[in-house]
Design a protein around this ligand. Structure first.
Ligand SMILES: Nc1ncnc2c1ncn2[C@@H]1O[C@H](COP(=O)(O)OP(=O)(O)OP(=O)(O)O)[C@@H](O)[C@H]1O
Ligand SMILES: [Mg+2]
Length: 238
């Protein structure tokens, strides 16, 4: 069993509205996987379903071979499935330090909190400098770093990120993506990210999936997808 995450034939939606249909994908250990697609394709819905915020109507989600399909989000998070929501969703009127502490909410993470905090502040020196600052005063890039750092406080095995590049200047996007690459190398994490920023996301990822209207349209090596004429035409403006 090599994969950290296996998603098999998953369907999900909101009320009467079906959004995802027959989604099958996997994330290997220490792999970075990107799911790319346009507005409304179902990227956020996919992450909400995997993380247990939204109930799958069909199919299976397995983490480390364990069936987590029906687990509520807090239980899935305690097993290592941790999501960084779009925009980071920090608490703006709390300090950087307080936001990070909130990441360590399940009991195993709380027990190790001081140690993890030290590791995280070493990984992100900018957050150590800003630890007493209100999160609402961080720059866009710092906010994204803080959101990733808060997720690390929950001791993830698989980190899932919803559009980490959204609203950031291109040079900051490069920095955030570089940081993710380093994180995988240094911490042995696996990463699943969803993005509209197709070029950056597929360059970073070992493998990628293209999602359109709730279906996986294509999958392959990041580089192969970047060279794919359909992907170039639809998503890269070439
Ligand atoms: N809470 C909700 N209730 C009802 N429909 C929703 C809800 N959230 C999303 N949808 C619908 O589900 C579909 C997929 O939305 P989703 O947010 O997953 O797309 P996305 O790929 O993340 O888009 P974006 O790139 O704009 O973030 C859309 O048609 C959207 O209108
Ligand atoms: Mg979204």
């Amino acid at each position: 069993m090599n994969s950290i995450l296996e998603v098999e034939g998953v369907a999900a939606g909101y009320g009467e509205l079906p959004v995802l249909e027959g989604i099958t994908l996997e994330v290997g250990r220490k792999e970075i996987i990107s799911v790319v697609g346009a507005n409304g394709a179902g990227k956020t819905t996919l992450l909400l379903t995997i993380s247990g915020h939204l109930r799958a109507r069909h199919g299976k989600v397995r983490l480390n071979g364990n069936d987590v399909t029906a687990l509520p989000a807090h239980e899935a998070a305690a097993m290592g499935l941790v999501m960084v929501p779009e925009g980071g969703r920090l608490f703006p009127f709390m300090t950087v330090m307080e936001n990070l502490q909130l990441g360590a909410y399940h009991s195993a993470a709380r027990t190790r909190m001081d140690q993890t905090m030290e590791e995280v502040l070493t990984l992100f020196p900018i957050l150590a400098d800003r630890r007493e600052q209100l999160a609402g005063r961080l720059s866009g890039g710092e906010r994204q770093m803080c959101a990733v750092a808060r997720a690390l406080m929950a001791l993830p095995k698989l980190l899932m990120l919803d559009e980490p590049s959204l609203g950031l200047a291109p040079i900051i996007v490069d920095k955030v993506f570089e940081m993710l690459g380093k994180l995988v190398e240094s911490k042995g994490l696996s990463v699943l990210l969803v993005e509209q920023n197709v070029g950056n996301a597929l360059r970073l990822a070992k493998r990628g999936y293209v999602i359109e209207q709730g279906h996986i349209l294509k999958s392959g090596r990041g580089q192969d997808l970047l060279n794919d004429p359909d992907v170039q035409r639809s998503y890269l403006g070439l």
